[in-house]
Design a protein around this ligand. Structure first.
Ligand code: ZN
Length: 256
């Protein structure tokens, strides 16, 4: 944890108030903002109101933008990767600087606006790195002891108590028998679904997400949202279908 953030996590809101640190209060208000879809103005109004009732020393002064930059070190971040409108390829690694698709030759830029060349790309994929998330599972003493759970789990034929008991895992074992011998190896499951985060235009979905599940963990943990990792988000109202192969490239690259 960065030094400034570490100081804020121990700093009381004012002298003598030890129930909550300044950082914890800001994180709580941020959580309310996200859970209830509060806008930035709403967030600032809550902070202004809290500012007016707190003691004059060390008041809570952080507006939305200050608080966001304060919490930036907690953020795991994501990469924006351009992709062809027709899902042929990603503008990724050695192809980052291409301006046209190598397969369909479609420009990666949106059409010109008047005389001006558009700088906006057609389609972007948001990719969330898996490595820092897995590192956190191995750093925390509360989770590391569960990361080898699957080694001691005995699957019974015909009974499925964990996603790891599936036929696909048996097939994987037969192809890669040495993989599970190393206890630090991580088994991941991938699933995808569409969603409509802002419920616009009554569409069932306007984004596609890919989620990773950590099969090392016991059933009661691996099925919980906090242990499911968002891997990527793609804008689009059509099912990904076979296009999923193109989108998986950054994940495969990172896993390798
Ligand atoms: Zn293309």
């Amino acid at each position: 944890m960065p030094i400034d953030l570490l100081k804020d996590s121990h700093k009381p809101l004012w002298d003598g108030f030890t129930n909550h640190s300044k950082l914890l209060i800001i994180v709580h208000v941020f959580t309310i903002k996200l859970d209830d879809g509060l806008c930035k103005v709403g967030y600032d109004k809550i902070i202004e109101w809290a500012w007016s009732i707190l003691p004059k020393e060390d008041r809570l002064k952080e507006n939305f933008y200050t608080a966001k930059s304060m919490m930036k070190p907690l953020d795991l971040g994501y990469q924006k990767i351009d992709m062809c409108l027709n899902f042929c390829m990603l503008y990724y690694l050695k192809h980052t600087n291409l301006t046209r698709c190598r397969t369909c030759e479609h420009s990666c830029y949106k059409p010109m606006i008047g005389r001006w060349r558009s700088l906006f790309k057609h389609k972007k994929l948001r990719y969330f790195l898996i490595t820092p998330r897995l590192q956190r599972l191995f750093i925390s003493p509360k989770t590391i002891e569960h990361m080898t759970w699957y080694q001691s789990h005995d699957a019974v034929d015909g009974v499925m108590v964990h996603p790891f008991d599936s036929e696909s895992r048996k097939h994987f074992n037969s192809v890669h028998p040495r993989f599970l011998l190393e206890t630090k190896n991580v088994c991941l499951g991938l699933f995808t679904d569409g969603f409509n985060p802002f419920e616009l235009f009554a569409a069932l979905f306007s984004y596609w997400s890919m989620i990773l599940m950590v099969y090392n963990l016991p059933t009661e943990m691996c099925m919980r949202p906090k242990f499911m990792f968002l891997s990527m988000v793609i804008l689009g109202s059509n099912s990904l279908g076979q296009n999923i192969d193109v989108c998986l490239r950054p994940l495969i690259h990172e896993l390798k």
